[in-house]
Design a protein around this ligand. Structure first.
Ligand SMILES: *Cc1c(COP(=O)(O)O)cnc(C)c1O
Length: 380
């Protein structure tokens, strides 16, 4: 008898199926599949409820949401925006889109979220705003960050790309600062393949983002309510960042699943905690007591004596996918950053993401834990 090669355990996986297929069929029958239609409006209302904000604007992706937010808040050439260093570099890119300069601030070693003291130290007379990141699915320190923003007269944006379903001091992710930006990319907790949303309590930010996400004019749906022949006027340049109503339909189905998906991921995190808690040379992720995690990623920190490359090779050869945590932005040559962020640089070298999604079985979680244990033992 020959042994079968082990099946591959995916690092991440969307949870999609019949409800999403039914939603797609329904939106097809409705006749409106472009963006800014009735299904998109319904999704916007539902999503604002989930984020606990007055407004939600569905957009093509989180990078677009960040661009709209930073632009609506007025950043431009000559301005500096303090950005959490440890993030997918879309956060820094969005600042560059507006002509402003991202200034990266270092992060907490335990949560990888931006260190409010580092933010404060990075502020200059050119600083106009702060972008914090809910790193790997855990909210940043919004009480402290809002205090820094208020004291210095700065705006604050929450990059909530990874944190749909997470909470901070009892409030949902997406409800902090002047605006928040979500991602519905296939690797995030809820997904339409690609997609995003901007949430805000500020009427002015919502109105400006709504206008500039659709070329700089009022939406086709708003115009279609008028009796005569309305001719919109272009008085400002905007982008085309509208989420299609097909994607919005998928997102409505995903929103119904959100509490269950977060609970499933929490159960996986709890199981990893039990199976790996005693493993030497590996630190498990920390959840601060005043917040709940969405577990977009489960990222462990390897001791410096462990070769991450060797651990990754061993995991992959045994059918367990893995990856880095995320990026140290200041080390990406495109930004030409000169100020070091040593904690972020260290996490960038030592973090290892192991499989985390809502479809993992108990047996798979056990296999990941056993394989990681073996890999760490043999990789020094
Ligand atoms: C994924 C991600 C983004 C980009 O999201 P898109 O929807 O792919 O544009 C931005 N910021 C963070 C923290 C992310 O993880």
């Amino acid at each position: 008898m020959t042994s079968q090669p082990p099946s591959v355990i995916a690092l991440g996986q969307p949870t999609v199926g019949e409800p999403e297929l039914r939603a797609i069929a329904e939106v097809f029958r409705s006749g409106w599949i472009a963006g800014n239609g009735p299904t998109g409006m319904r999704f916007a209302e539902e999503f604002a409820r989930v984020a606990g904000t007055a407004h939600a604007l569905p957009v093509t992706n989180c990078t677009a949401a960040l661009h709209l937010a930073v632009a609506a808040l007025g950043a431009g050439p000559g301005d500096e925006v303090v950005v959490a260093d440890y993030t997918f570099p879309a956060t820094g890119h969005a600042v560059v889109f507006t002509g402003a300069t991202p200034v990266f601030a270092d992060v907490r070693p335990d949560t990888a979220t931006v260190d409010p003291a580092a933010v404060e130290a990075a502020v200059t007379e050119r600083t106009v705003g702060i972008i914090a990141v809910d790193a790997l699915g855990q909210c940043a320190d919004y009480t402290e960050l809002q205090a820094v923003a208020d004291a210095r007269g700065l705006w604050l944006v929450e990059d909530a790309a990874c944190s749909a379903g997470a909470t901070y001091q009892g409030r949902p992710a997406g409800s902090f600062g002047d605006a928040a930006c979500f991602s519905f990319h296939g690797r995030k907790g809820i997904t339409a393949g690609e997609g995003g949303a901007l949430t805000t309590d500020r009427d002015d930010v919502a109105a400006q983002a709504r206008k500039t996400h659709a070329f700089g004019i009022e939406s086709a749906l708003a115009r279609s309510g008028s009796a005569d022949l309305p001719i919109p006027e272009f008085d400002e340049i905007g982008w085309n960042y509208k989420l299609s109503d097909v994607a919005a339909a998928i997102m409505l189905a995903q929103l119904e699943r959100l509490p269950g998906l977060v609970a499933a991921r929490q159960a996986v995190a709890d199981a990893y905690g039990e199976l790996l808690g005693d493993l030497e040379l590996v630190d498990l992720p920390v959840t601060v007591p005043d917040r709940t995690h969405s577990w977009q990623s489960y990222v462990v920190t390897l001791d410096p004596s462990v070769s991450r490359g060797a651990v990754a090779r061993e995991l992959r050869s045994r059918g367990v996918q893995c990856n880095i945590g995320t990026y140290a932005s200041h080390l990406q040559p495109v930004y030409g950053a000169t100020t070091p962020c040593p904690v972020s640089a260290d996490l960038f070298r030592r973090h290892l993401a192991i499989p985390m999604h809502a479809n993992l079985t108990e047996a798979e979680v056990e296999r990941v834990a056993t394989t990681l244990r073996d890999a760490v033992m043999t990789s020094r």
